[in-house]
Ligand binder design. Structure first.
Ligand SMILES: [Zn+2]
Length: 87
């Protein structure tokens, strides 16, 4: 059965761009590997290779410590499940 997914392509975006170093200060590029609740996306969804996924993980953790990327988001900011608000 064909399943429609949000992330279809299975190639490493960083390999394609030939990135050797991911800067933790570059929040815009880190956001690609973050979910809408600012969790780190697993490799099976982003399609990153192992090497770049580790680099992204380290960069995001550094960015969190430097308060560039938030650790968590409150429910007011993200309405991921609209049925939750009915309660
Ligand atoms: Zn890669």
């Amino acid at each position: 059965m064909a399943e429609k997914r949000k992330y279809k392509k299975r190639f490493c975006k960083y390999c394609e761009a030939k990135v050797d170093f991911i800067d933790y200060k570059d929040a815009a590029s880190l956001k690609y590997s973050l979910s809408e609740r600012y969790k780190i996306m697993p490799r099976r969804l982003t399609g990153n290779c192992k090497r770049h996924q580790e680099m992204v993980t380290i960069a995001i953790k550094r960015a969190r410590a430097a308060a560039i990327v938030p650790y968590t988001v409150t429910r007011k900011v993200v309405v991921a499940n609209p049925f939750e608000n009915l309660r």
